[in-house]
Design a protein around this ligand. Structure first.
Ligand code: ADE
Ligand code: ZN
Length: 326
């Protein structure tokens, strides 16, 4: 089915084969002897155990062409999965801290987006384990490239780094007319979702699955049609839920929430968009009507002009009409 992807960290699309190819191209020494040895290390106990390997993998990205190649590979996979539109996260601080110029990062990723038949836009994420001053300095470095990204987000180690730590930088981004999103309620408590809404004034919550622990918050999110970018395979690999049968995607939809399905870090979590849909639909009592809702939600939640959204929604309706769903 046609769909939008709204939660994909481009550094998380770096497949082990490409990590080794880029390491060789750039003369970077890796801590793993082979693609198989690296892949074998992808057994995570929580978010932090994943992030440690994810930042190590990104160390092979040095030249603008590396960022281009990574992004082009992701977009080809997305196209094969009938992703019509992608809003792609990138983590500039992961690269600038290693001395990579921010223009290599932004220009490489952006050029691959321009060259792709998939509609794609970029969301610059601040690393929440670093200081707000570091985030502000990163925003300043990125501003000469303001035309190449549509919004900002907040990712990395959630617990202990609540949204309100980034109140000033998000306020500045709001004044600049940037779209605002934040990871909240992945490992962190429902109160982080609340402060993402009230302090940061975000337009989407990334993950947000822990909202169901707070019924009043759940009702609020549903009433305001606040989208949640849910990532089923990620939630299993990072032990947010023990197994897919325990995932709360159906409860989120039943609560009237604008939930979407996304891949998060597809090279690390066992798959791209369609793999996430197949895994969730295999394990949960989800049917055609849910697929239709998830497809519609993905375009409703996208940062697209209304007429473009409507064109995609019409395509979704036409697709599902063939199954007598609409
Ligand atoms: N960075 C990449 N993937 C992430 C996730 N699932 N949560 C927080 N930060 C991330
Ligand atoms: Zn994420």
């Amino acid at each position: 089915m046609p769909k939008a992807e709204l939660h994909i960290h481009i550094e998380g699309s770096l497949e082990p084969e490409l990590i080794f190819a880029l390491a060789e191209r750039n003369g970077v020494q890796l801590a793993y002897s082979s693609v198989e040895a690296l892949r074998a290390a992808y057994a995570f106990s929580d978010l932090q155990s994943f992030l440690d390997i994810y930042y190590a993998g990104a160390s092979v990205l040095l030249q603008e062409q590396d960022f281009y190649d990574m992004t082009a590979a992701y977009l080809a996979r997305a196209q094969a999965d009938h992703v019509r539109h992608a809003e792609i996260f990138f983590d500039p601080q992961t690269h600038t801290a290693r001395g990579v110029p921010i223009e290599y990062v932004i220009n490489g990723i952006h050029r691959a987006c321009v060259d792709s038949p998939v509609s794609a836009s970029l969301i610059l994420c601040f690393l929440r384990h670093l200081s707000e001053d570091d985030a502000i300095a990163t925003l300043e470095q990125a501003l000469p490239h303001r035309d190449k990204f549509i919004g900002v987000g907040l990712d990395s180690s959630e617990v202990g780094n609540p949204p309100e730590k980034f109140a000033r930088v998000f306020s500045r981004c709001r004044d600049l007319g940037l779209h605002l999103v934040a990871h909240a309620g992945e490992e962190g408590p429902p109160s982080y979702i609340e402060t993402a809404l009230d302090v940061l004034q975000v337009e989407r919550i990334d993950h947000g699955v822990r909202c169901l622990e707070d019924p009043a918050l759940t009702r609020r999110l549903a009433a305001m049609r606040m989208p949640l970018t849910v990532c089923p395979l990620s939630n299993i690999k990072l032990r947010v839920f023990d197994q897919m049968q325990d995932h709360n995607l159906l409860q989120l939809l039943d609560a009237g929430l604008v939930a979407t399905v996304n891949s998060d870090d597809p090279a690390y979590f066992g798959g791209y968009m369609n793999d996430n849909f197949v895994a969730a639909f295999d394990s949960l009592p989800l049917g055609l009507q849910h697929a239709y809702q998830l497809s519609r939600n993905s375009f409703e939640a996208a940062f697209l002009p209304q007429e473009e959204k409507q064109r995609y929604l019409d395509e979704v309706d036409a697709y599902f009409a063939a199954f007598n769903v609409v």
